[in-house]
Design a protein around this ligand. Structure first.
Ligand SMILES: C[S@@+](CC[C@H](N)C(=O)[O-])C[C@H]1O[C@@H](n2cnc3c(N)ncnc32)[C@H](O)[C@@H]1O
Length: 609
C-alpha cells in the first residue's frame, strides 16, 4: 500500500481514537488494581480476500495511552492528550510500555468475540478493526521435540578483518576468476545493453547549470541541490554501467574475432590448398595488422590474450566471458593454471553460471546479438528453483527432485517470513518489547543489542552494520549460493559460490511463523515470553536446504532487528565451492531415523552398531 495513504489512514485512526476517548468516563473494571494502567492500541490492515497465511497484515498504527490520572470517575478529557506516541513508520512496531512487555497474543485475539472491548457495549464496537492486546500467559507443550532444529545460543562468530590484497595487478588464478564471475552474476550491475544505451533520461545536459567546467576543473555550482546530486548519481551509475557493458562487449567481440581469424585461414586454405597453412596464417595476420593499424608485435600480444578469451568461452560459455571481471585479462595474459583441468572445471560450471545469469539477469543474452549469437534463456524463475550438479550435468527443477517423496511438492521462494495468521492473528510472536518506557523508547529509536548503534530500515538513518547484507540495506540481493545435488546421499544441499568471511551473514532463516508443528523439520524460536516455530515446508528460502555437519562451517544465531527476533545464518568462515552446513543439534537427530553422513571424524550420529 502507498505509504502516503498509510500515513493518512494512521492519522485518521488516531483522530478517531482521540475523539472517541475524549470526554469518556473510563469505568473499565480492568483498571482496578493497576498501578499505572496503559492502554495499547494497534491497528492492522489486511486483505481478508486472500488465503490464510498468504498475506501479512500491515500494522498501520501503534499507539499508547497512559491512563494514570484518568481512572474513574473522570468527567472530561482533553481531545489532544490521550495518544502519547506513534510509530514513525507504519510497518515498524514500537513497544509502547514496559507493562506490556510480557504480552503475547494467540489467534484468539483475532476474533472480535474475544475482544474485551466488545463486552464494553456498542459504543466501543464503533472502533471497528482496532484490537487491544491482552495479557495472556503462553504455555507450550514441550513434550515433543522431534526434528526441531535448535539455535546455537552462543553469540554469533566474531567477524574477522579481511586483509586487503596489496598486489592489485597480480596474475589471476582460476579460483579468483571463478569467484569474480559469481560476484558479477550476484551483483547489481545491469548488463542489458538496451536499457543502458537506448534510454538515457539523464545526460550531462540535464545537469547543466549545476555542474560547470572551468579549464580542466569540474566545478559544482553553489546552486547544487539534492536533486542535482540525485541526477548526478543516476548519470554516474549509467556511465559506470555503460562502461561495464562495453567491457563485456569488448571481450566477447575479441573472442569472436579470434574465431573469425581461424575461419578466414580455413577459407583461404580451401580456396588455395597448394599454399601452406603457415603462409595463409601470416597473410591473414598481416591483413589484420593493416586494418587495425597496429604493429605485428602489438597484434601478436593482443591475439595471445584474445585466444585465451576464446578458450574460456569454449569451456564456460559466453556467460563466463560476459560476467567476468578484470581478472580475465590477467588470467589470459599470465596463464597461471591455464590448463586442461582448468578448462574442465570451467566446463562443469557452464550450466550453473547460466542458471544464475538467466534468473538474475533475464536480459543478459541480448548482448550476444552483437557477436551474431542468438539464444533463448534456458532457466526461468528464482535462482533457487534449480538444483545444479558439480559434474556439469544439466540443472533440474527443484520440484523434480522431491516428486518421488512427495507428489504434491511445492516450494515458494520468499524473502521475508510470513506470519501464520490462523495461529497468531496479526501479532508477530518474534516481537521482543523493550523496557522501560514507551515514550522514551520511541524517542530513542531502535538500538542494536550487539553493536549499540541505531537500527533503521532507512539506509540513511541506519548505523548498525552487524549484518549489512540483510538489515538496514537498500535491498537484499540474492546471496551467492546454489542448491546442488550432494554426491554422498544427502540429496540436495547448499553450496557457497564465493567465500564468506567468518561472522558474515549468509541469509535469514525465513518461512511460515507458526506453532505446534510435529514430526516435520522445523526451527524452534523463543523470545523469552513466546515460543514459536519457523516451518519451511511450503515457503522459505535457500536455508531450507542446508545439511547438517558435526563440524559445521556456519550456525544459526538470533539477531534482533527493530525489536523483532530474526534467525540469521552466520558463516564461521566458508571457502568458495564448499558445502554450507550447520549443526542441527541433538533434538533434531533424536527424531530422525537416519545415519549422519557428514563424514567428519568427530561425527556424533554415525549410529554404528
Ligand atoms: C533441512 S533438510 C536439508 C536438505 C535435504 N538434504 C534435502 O534434500 O531436502 C534435512 C534433511 O536432510 C538430510 N540430511 C541433512 N544432513 C544430513 C546428514 N549429515 N546426514 C544424513 N542426512 C542428512 C536428512 O534427511 C534431513 O532430514
Amino acid at each position: 500500500m502507498d505509504p502516503v495513504k498509510i500515513d493518512a489512514l494512521e492519522e485518521c485512526i488516531a483522530r478517531a481514537i482521540r475523539n472517541h476517548l475524549s470526554g469518556e468516563t473510563l469505568d473499565w473494571p480492568q483498571l482496578v488494581g493497576l498501578d499505572r494502567p496503559v492502554l495499547r492500541v494497534e491497528a492492522f490492515l489486511e486483505d481478508a480476500g486472500q488465503g490464510v497465511g498468504s498475506s501479512r497484515a500491515r500494522r498501520v498504527a501503534s499507539r499508547s495511552l497512559d491512563l494514570s490520572g484518568m481512572v474513574t470517575p473522570i468527567s472530561s478529557q482533553s481531545p489532544t492528550s490521550p495518544l502519547e506516541h506513534e510509530t514513525s513508520h507504519p510497518s515498524q512496531h514500537i513497544p509502547e510500555t514496559g507493562d506490556s512487555a510480557g504480552e503475547s497474543s494467540t489467534h484468539d485475539d483475532n476474533t472480535a468475540s474475544h475482544n474485551p472491548a466488545d463486552s464494553e457495549g456498542s459504543r466501543r464496537r464503533g472502533i471497528g478493526g482496532l484490537r487491544i492486546s491482552q495479557s495472556q500467559a503462553y504455555q507450550e507443550d514441550m513434550s515433543e521435540h522431534q526434528r526441531r532444529m535448535a539455535l546455537d545460543n552462543r553469540t554469533f562468530p566474531k567477524r574477522r578483518k579481511i586483509v586487503p590484497e596489496k598486489l592489485v595487478f597480480q596474475p589471476s588464478t582460476l579460483d579468483k576468476l571463478i569467484v569474480g564471475i559469481w560476484e558479477q552474476i550476484h551483483g547489481t550491475l545491469n548488463l542489458d545493453p538496451q536499457a543502458i544505451f537506448e534510454q538515457s533520461p539523464v545526460t550531462p545536459a540535464a545537469l547543466h547549470g549545476h555542474i560547470e567546467t572551468t579549464g580542466n576543473q569540474l566545478d559544482i555550482a553553489p546552486s547544487m541541490t539534492n536533486n542535482t546530486f540525485n541526477s548526478m548519481n543516476i548519470f554516474c551509475r549509467k556511465v559506470t554501467q555503460a562502461s561495464r557493458v562495453s567491457r563485456s562487449i569488448e571481450i566477447i567481440v575479441q573472442a569472436r574475432w579470434t574465431e573469425f581469424f581461424d575461419e578466414q585461414v580455413q577459407l583461404r586454405m580451401t580456396e588455395t590448398p597448394q599454399i601452406s597453412a603457415a603462409k595463409h596464417r601470416k597473410a591473414v595476420f598481416m591483413e589484420a595488422c593493416q586494418d587495425f593499424g597496429w604493429s605485428e608485435k602489438e597484434l601478436r600480444n593482443k591475439m595471445a590474450i584474445w585466444k585465451g578469451y576464446k578458450e574460456v568461452k569454449d569451456a564456460a560459455g559466453w556467460v563466463g566471458l560476459i560476467f567476468t571481471g578484470m581478472g580475465i585479462y590477467r588470467f589470459c595474459k599470465y596463464r597461471v593454471e591455464f590448463n586442461k583441468d582448468a578448462m574442465r572445471r570451467l566446463q562443469n560450471l557452464r550450466k550453473r553460471l547460466e542458471v544464475g545469469a538467466d534468473t538474475l539477469h533475464p536480459n543478459w543474452r541480448r548482448i550476444l546479438s552483437i557477436v551474431g549469437v542468438s539464444c533463448q534463456n534456458e532457466y526461468t524463475g528464482h535462482p533457487h528453483d534449480w538444483v545444479v550438479f558439480e559434474d556439469g550435468r544439466d540443472p533440474v527443477s527443484l520440484r523434480s527432485t522431491y516428486l518421488d517423496q512427495d507428489a504434491y511438492f511445492d516450494f515458494e521462494q520468499i524473502e521475508e517470513s510470513v506470519i501464520d495468521e490462523r495461529v497468531w492473528g496479526c501479532e508477530d510472536p518474534r516481537w521482543i518489547p523493550q523496557p522501560p518506557n514507551a515514550v522514551v523508547r520511541a524517542q530513542a529509536g531502535y538500538n542494536c543489542a550487539v553493536c549499540g548503534e541505531q537500527q533503521s530500515d532507512d539506509p540513511r538513518q541506519n548505523a548498525c552494520s552487524c549484518f549489512p547484507r540483510l538489515f538496514g540495506c537498500l535491498k537484499r540481493v540474492s546471496p551467492p549460493v546454489q542448491i546442488y545435488r550432494t554426491c554422498n546421499g544427502k540429496n540436495n544441499g547448499l553450496q557457497a559460490l564465493v567465500p564468506f568471511e567468518r561472522g558474515a551473514a549468509i541469509g535469514e532463516f525465513v518461512g511460515l511463523i507458526t506453532k505446534g508443528v510435529r514430526h516435520l523439520d522445523v526451527m524452534d524460536g523463543a523470545t523469552g515470553t513466546t515460543n514459536y516455530q519457523i516451518w519451511q515446508g511450503r515457503q522459505g528460502n535457500f536455508t531450507r536446504f542446508i545439511n547438517h555437519s558435526c563440524l559445521p562451517n556456519s550456525q544459526f544465531s538470533h539477531f534482533t532487528w527493530l525489536d523483532t527476533q530474526r534467525i540469521v545464518l552466520v558463516s564461521k568462515g566458508i571457502e568458495a565451492g564448499t558445502e554450507i552446513t550447520v549443526d542441527y543439534g541433538d533434538k533434531y537427530w533424536a527424531g530422525l531415523d537416519k545415519k549422519c553422513l557428514c563424514g567428519e571424524s568427530c561425527c556424533r550420529y554415525k549410529r554404528e552398531k
